[in-house]
Design a protein around this ligand. Structure first.
Ligand code: ADP
Length: 532
């Protein structure tokens, strides 16, 4: 894969060189990546296209703080250089740190990495973009604070980056956007805004109710900065889960493929009644197995894994065709009672097998998935990359699914059949959050194989089209299909996207911030829509 920089569209090399010199004067030469190994991390590591230059950056800048960000914005506005903000840029499977518009300058905020405050009693933290889940977890441990983080699948990602993309985790605080409270944002014109109670300048954080009450007074803006290109988020408050006195981690294995419907319906009732309040996960057999061994142990062919091989794999590993992973947190007597309710609810499903372990608040489980449910970040999710051998990569198709057994079965059947047509196994599962499920299917491919990579990209597009025809929409998408996903939200001839663009043009008239993110193009770059 070539990692040569690409100029911003329509900009001459000489003009760009002048802009880069101005950026260098702001951040210092060591904090400008112009090409080669320094720029390599800003390309999409898992690009589902033959040529990753479709999303190539022109350069990357690593500012040290808000003043430098504001100075960069002054230059970008004057020279019309498109910027692409990342916190740590580990949004793998959706594009990594790479920009939507080739030739953008990546603004990498990893040097803004302070944990500004943590309040144990009120259970919140205020962090900068460069703080990862591992960092926050280590800080809480070091300071002996009885608070948990809610890690996403890969703990190395940024707390702010994941929250802004509306990522999710596996504890009772699994809805990251819902646990966010208060932001500091630098707008395209350099204005620094604090949202909610943060606008009430309290002098010191200790006196502030910024991370406590999201709304503040008047119109509320936090959600406007999630999955958007309206600003550069430089601080964020988030609520943390008080460490529970005890917890149960349970797994129920279901033997049959068509158990999916009853699992979803039973789980929904348990979640809506408040018995299970965390984000429980329903993993397909292949996803469960991929955390243990690669597929060649059961099947060496190139075609999707046959049913007989899946059955053998289930038997060998002692796993279900579907595997429900859940947790209960709280007082021992309460969670013991909840555990009995959960087991009773699923007992009627023929050939199901329930296992659970209760931990005291100080104990730690061992397996990666279990650790995530105990608020411990891991990198165990990366084992999936070994599933097909070679240098593994994946791109994800993530439709939102009503928490109804019929919908889950419909989506599953649709995805499994289409994936098989393109030569991919159904590697997927559902993360359940009450009324809705995040259905995530990963097309796993060998990244050095351009044909496989392109097929994975083609499959994503086919799946999005199938899903839309069936009435479903995705909650997140790879750079390649941001326009396609946005166009699917088409009520009243795309009124939502028109509104998003109106706001974009008002806030960012030169179109310097992340053009094309989530399909929202500023006037200056609108002709690039759909173009890769
Ligand atoms: P992570 O490393 O947690 O996976 P990233 O840093 O890759 O997350 O961020 C994911 C996406 O969120 C980025 O591609 C960008 O579009 C957006 N984003 C991340 N951080 C910021 C920020 N501080 N301000 C504005 N947008 C951001």
């Amino acid at each position: 894969m070539s990692t040569d920089p690409v100029l911003p569209p329509g900009m001459s090399a000489a003009r760009f060189a002048r802009a880069l010199a101005a950026f260098e004067a702001i951040v210092g030469a060591p904090n400008v990546c112009r090409g080669g190994a320094a720029l390599a991390p800003y390309f999409d590591p898992f690009a589902p296209v033959a040529d990753a230059r479709a999303f190539a950056p022109s350069a990357a800048l690593l500012p040290a703080g808000i003043d430098e960000i504001r100075a960069i914005l002054r230059v970008a506005n004057a020279a019309r250089v498109p910027l692409w903000t990342v916190s740590t840029g580990r949004n793998f499977a959706y594009g990594g740190a790479a920009p939507r518009l080739a030739g953008s300058v990546v603004l990498d905020l990893q040097r803004l990495n302070r944990i500004l405050a943590v309040d144990e009693n009120l259970a919140w933290a205020l962090v900068e973009p460069g703080v990862s889940y591992f960092d926050l977890y280590a800080y809480l441990r070091e300071h002996g604070l009885k608070l948990w983080v809610d890690p996403p699948a890969a703990g190395w990602g940024s707390v702010i980056g994941n929250t802004l993309e509306r990522g999710f985790g596996y504890t009772a605080y699994g809805d990251h956007a819902a646990a966010q409270c208060g932001m500091e944002v630098v707008l395209a014109n350099g204005e620094v805004v604090r949202t909610g109670m943060g606008a009430l300048d309290a002098g010191t954080l200790a006196l502030s109710s910024w991370p406590l009450y999201r709304a503040g007074y008047g119109p509320s803006f936090d959600a406007l900065f999630t999955q958007s290109n309206y600003g550069i988020v430089t601080k964020m408050g988030l609520w943390l889960m008080p460490a529970p006195p005890a917890y149960v981690i349970g797994e129920i294995q279901f033997a049959h493929e068509d158990d999916l419907g009853v699992i979803v319906d039973t789980l929904r009732t348990l979640q809506l009644r408040g018995t299970i309040v965390q984000h429980a996960v329903i993993e397909g057999a292949i996803r469960r197995a991929a955390g243990i061994d690669p597929r060649t142990r059961w099947y060496a062919g190139d075609a999707p894994m046959p049913e007989a091989a899946i059955a053998a794999m289930q038997r060998d590993l002692g796993i279900g065709r579907w595997n429900l992973h859940y947790a209960l947190y709280g007082e021992p007597a309460v969670i013991d009672a909840q555990q009995r309710i959960v087991e009773r609810a699923f007992a009627p499903v023929a050939d199901s097998r329930a296992m659970a372990k209760r931990y005291t608040g100080n104990e730690e489980p061992q397996g990666g998935g279990d650790r995530n449910m105990a608020g411990i970040p891991t990198m165990s999710a990366f084992r999936m990359l070994d599933w097909r051998g070679g240098e593994g990569a994946h791109v994800d198709f993530s439709p939102l699914c009503p928490a109804d057994g019929r919908d889950a079965w419909r989506q599953y059947s649709l995805v499994k059949a289409r994936a098989a047509e393109y030569g991919f196994d159904y590697y997927g599962g559902f993360t359940a959050a009450g009324r809705a499920l995040h259905h995530v299917f990963a097309a796993i491919f060998v990244r050095t194989d351009a044909r496989q990579a392109t097929r994975a990209g083609d499959l994503l597009r086919a799946l999005m089209s199938d899903a839309r025809a069936a009435g479903y929409g995705v909650y997140r998408s790879h750079l390649l299909y941001m326009d396609y996903a946005a166009a699917q939200y088409d009520f009243n001839d795309g009124a939502l996207l028109r509104l998003a663009q109106t706001v974009k043009d008002a806030l960012d008239p030169q179109g310097v911030l992340a053009p094309g993110k989530q399909g929202v193009w500023p006037a200056a770059w609108r002709d690039r829509r759909g173009y890769t």
